[in-house]
Design a protein around this ligand. Structure first.
Ligand code: HEC
Ligand code: HEC
Ligand code: HEC
Ligand code: HEC
Ligand code: HEC
Ligand code: HEC
Length: 408
């Protein structure tokens, strides 16, 4: 019975601890307020505000304490009324933000309290890792997995090796008989712990280094699809809306680089198109924040900042690749190299971009001479083709496998 008693005691102590924890977790009411505030904030404020970054309006971190509560109620309910009444604080903010108008909101004081509670919680959390770091985060993630696997493999190899040396040592001893001195390389002292430790440390450092090195190229590989700062969808723009690829990537037909469009190209349409089917105003507001558009006109003196798209396709510096050569002269479709972009919500690298990929296509692809001025220089080929002397001419035949064509 003594044993049962102590188990009983333990159980009741556990129970006590549990109830204590439940009680301490009680400020659930506040958590609900924050959640309610978050809902309102996300539905009504995120088109113009972020907590830690300026968007159309200022970053809101700290604004729950920056102003008096009563003033904030009035401001959020109808900021323009305050401005028109000549409230000095309101006028100052209005002037500072180039007289962009903040919408009026039919919110109760309680609801505003909830929003401010949410702002407080987010302020205390601090800014998130920058959006642009998304790609890196993914990379370092796969790096960790990579390193983990390497470590496990190393351990396994060490185990197997030590088994093998053990068995070998025994075999030698058996073969040579007890009376022959054991070969020095199998002598214990040569395999003592210190040497093993030092050797495996070196191995780990070496393999770790090459793993990191290898992982850095992961981001450049097939399937790479980083999260972009604006949720721009090719499926919507190039697919559903059927906007021509070269409307945006205007360099592809004329130059080396296809070019990512500037925010001003987006504004050709998004001055008028203020909402999308999926994200409402939220994502489009980021274009406005980049160019300084207040919904009706460009804000005077606004310092425009480019949208920081994360680069997906990236050949090493020693390779020369030219879009116009392929798109205009070669007549190769974008999709042959980039896949069905018009079906991608998020762009993904479709091809490996390795040397083998380029070479294979150059071996297989026939050059289209017919009606292509670019190939006037190959008139001899032209004639041979016409007379039926040769059947086809591939990119290889016109020098597409020569090293210096692709390498600087
Ligand atoms: C249409 C855009 C827009 C929306 C939506 C909007 N704001 Fe604003 N907000 C602004 C602008 C612009 C300013 C800067 C003052 C000005 O120009 O009127 C501002 C200023 C503020 C300020 C003062 C901040 C400071 O640091 O000076 C607070 C607080 C604020 N907004 C809260 C909110 C809340 C809460 C919501 C959602 C319920 C909201 N805003 C929705 C555009 C907006
Ligand atoms: C409305 C403008 C627009 C249209 C139309 C458009 N794109 Fe894009 N494209 C972009 C923007 C903006 C990016 C950068 C953001 C991203 O990766 O989604 C991009 C990125 C890309 C990339 C990846 C670039 C990199 O970083 O390596 C490829 C490839 C691409 N587009 C191909 C196409 C093809 C092919 C079409 C036609 C089927 C097309 N795009 C149509 C705007 C456009
Ligand atoms: C030729 C016109 C045109 C151009 C150029 C254009 N867009 Fe759009 N975009 C639209 C239309 C139209 C819609 C809304 C479609 C709808 O409501 O069904 C839209 C919607 C969007 C949406 C909202 C998507 C959603 O599902 O909520 C985003 C974000 C967007 N565009 C970003 C961009 C960016 C970034 C650029 C510049 C690289 C750009 N757009 C260039 C026409 C254009
Ligand atoms: C023969 C294959 C091939 C074709 C065809 C092709 N691309 Fe590319 N594209 C590439 C390669 C390779 C890169 C990477 C270039 C680099 O890193 O320098 C690239 C990069 C890009 C980029 C990133 C920005 C840049 O220029 O480096 C965009 C955008 C793009 N392509 C769009 C297009 C569009 C639009 C078309 C069709 C009009 C097209 N591409 C046709 C192979 C191709
Ligand atoms: C989908 C097939 C395809 C792929 C993939 C491809 N090419 Fe090409 N390439 C062509 C065609 C077709 C031509 C012929 C156009 C011409 O003569 O300029 C060509 C021509 C070239 C030329 C000019 C050759 C010459 O003799 O003038 C260079 C340089 C080149 N490609 C580089 C590359 C590189 C670098 C890559 C890989 C990153 C690549 N290509 C991938 C189809 C391809
Ligand atoms: C059609 C284009 C093309 C031709 C022709 C070509 N290369 Fe490459 N080469 C590439 C590309 C693209 C890469 C980059 C591969 C990568 O990043 O994975 C590359 C990479 C390399 C590398 C670096 C090693 C590597 O895998 O990254 C060497 C070395 C190299 N090439 C040598 C040559 C030599 C030598 C020739 C001539 C026999 C040649 N290349 C012809 C496109 C070409």
């Amino acid at each position: 019975m003594g044993k049962f008693n102590s188990i009983g005691k333990c159980l009741s102590i556990l129970f006590l601890i549990c109830s204590l924890m439940c009680w301490m977790g009680a400020p659930q009411v506040a958590a609900q307020d924050v959640a309610a505030g978050e809902t309102i904030f996300k539905a009504q404020c995120t088109s113009c505000h972020k907590i830690h970054e300026q968007l159309v309006g200022p970053a809101l971190a700290g604004s729950h304490t920056k102003y008096e509560r009563e003033w904030l109620y009035k401001w959020i309910k109808n900021s323009q009324a305050l401005v028109k009444a000549g409230d000095p604080q309101a006028v100052a903010i209005f002037e500072e933000y180039n007289k962009s108008v903040m919408t009026a909101f039919a919110l109760s004081n309680e609801e505003i309290d909830n929003v401010l509670e949410y702002i407080k919680v987010e302020t205390e959390k601090g800014p998130e890792v920058a959006v642009a770091a998304g790609g890196e985060a993914k990379q370092s993630n796969s790096m960790t997995i990579f390193l983990g696997i390497i470590m496990a493999l190393l351990l396994l190899i060490m185990l197997i090796l030590s088994r093998i040396t053990g068995t070998l040592g025994e075999m030698v001893r058996e073969k040579l008989g007890e009376w022959v001195p054991v070969a020095p390389s199998f002598d214990k002292k040569y395999f003592n712990k210190k040497i093993m430790a030092a050797a495996s440390l070196l191995l780990v450092v070496f393999l770790g280094y090459s793993a990191v090195d290898g992982a850095q190229t992961l981001g450049r590989q097939k399937g790479y699809a980083p999260t972009q700062p604006i949720k721009f969808s090719h499926e919507l723009h190039a697919g559903t809306l059927e906007i021509d690829c070269q409307y945006c990537h205007s360099g592809a037909a004329k130059g080396k680089s296809a070019v990512i469009p500037s925010a001003n190209v987006c504004m050709n349409c998004h001055k008028a198109v203020k909402k999308g089917p999926k994200y409402g105003e939220e994502e489009i507001a980021k274009i406005y924040a980049a160019v300084g558009w207040d919904g009706a006109k460009y804000i005077e003196g606004y310092k425009q900042r480019p949208i920081e798209w994360i680069r997906i396709h990236n050949l090493p510096d020693h390779v020369y690749f030219n879009h116009a050569q392929h798109v205009t002269a070669g007549g190769v479709e974008c999709q042959t190299c980039h896949g069905q972009i018009q079906e991608m919500e998020v762009v993904e690298q479709h091809s490996s971009l390795g040397m083998g990929w380029c070479i294979n296509c150059h071996r297989e692809t026939e050059v289209q001479f017919e009606g292509n001025d670019y190939y006037k220089v190959y008139e001899k080929y032209h004639d041979d083709l016409k007379s039926g002397k040769i059947k086809k001419i591939t990119v290889e035949d016109i020098g597409g496998l020569e090293c210096q064509k692709c390498h600087y």
